[in-house]
Design a protein around this ligand. Structure first.
Ligand SMILES: [Ca+2]
Length: 211
């Protein structure tokens, strides 16, 4: 989209192929016209420039419908377009900090997509040659809090790490830094995860989903 001229005290725009956009004083709205199809046009009741996402009323031989269109000058490959039309580097998308003035780079940052037939109570299918899905478990002891020989009791603080593959899940919005790829609690509740019962403990604790 290029600046094409100056109409009704506002710049007008020339699309890359066959569209012109200009302000209409009579209707106080922006009008988009097709140069190849005179029956196709759209209008948006925006007083300021219609940059970013706006609802356009599209008129065509098939009827009238409202559509959200995004006018911007962002690079399709290297930029994310904020709702207000501003451009930020694509790496700023879902990185945990607001880069767009309207914070839309941090909107809809879900991490997982599940198929419709996903059942979180069913474990993933085992890989070829295995009967059950493989789960890797590791425990890093952070601190020994107490050792009571008479009571035959020890008390630890530890990190428990579980790793498994679930081919049913598609991940999105992933970043290079792992700490930015946390699946939030509500999303985590939707997927299957292994439950570990610490049988030889006083309360027989079980793992819970936290993140
Ligand atoms: Ca961001």
């Amino acid at each position: 989209m290029n600046v094409d001229g100056y109409i009704n005290n506002r710049f007008s725009f020339d699309g890359y192929t066959s569209t012109k956009i200009s302000f209409d004083n009579n209707t106080s709205s922006w009008v988009m016209r097709s140069l190849t199809n005179p029956e196709l046009n759209a209008s948006a009741a925006v007083v300021d420039y219609p940059i970013g996402i706006h609802t356009w009323k599209v008129n065509s031989p098939d009827g009238v419908q409202d559509m959200e269109l995004n006018l911007n000058a962002c690079d399709d490959l290297s930029d994310f377009t904020c709702r207000d039309g501003a451009c930020v580097p694509i790496r700023a998308r879902c990185d945990g900090s607001d880069d767009c003035n309207d914070a839309t780079d941090e909107a809809d940052c879900d991490r997982i997509i599940l198929p419709e037939n996903y059942k979180h109570e069913r474990p993933p299918v085992a890989s070829a040659g295995r009967k059950l899905a493989k789960i890797e478990l590791s425990i890093d002891i952070i601190l020994v809090l107490d050792v009571a020989e008479i009571e035959s009791k020890v008390e630890y603080q530890f990190w428990l790490t579980l790793r498994w593959k679930d081919a049913r899940i598609t991940f999105k919005n992933l970043k290079d830094a792992n700490f930015l790829n946390t699946v939030e609690t509500e999303e985590a509740k939707k997927i299957w995860y292994p439950r570990i019962l610490f049988y030889n403990t006083r309360a027989k604790q079980e793992t819970r989903v936290i993140r």
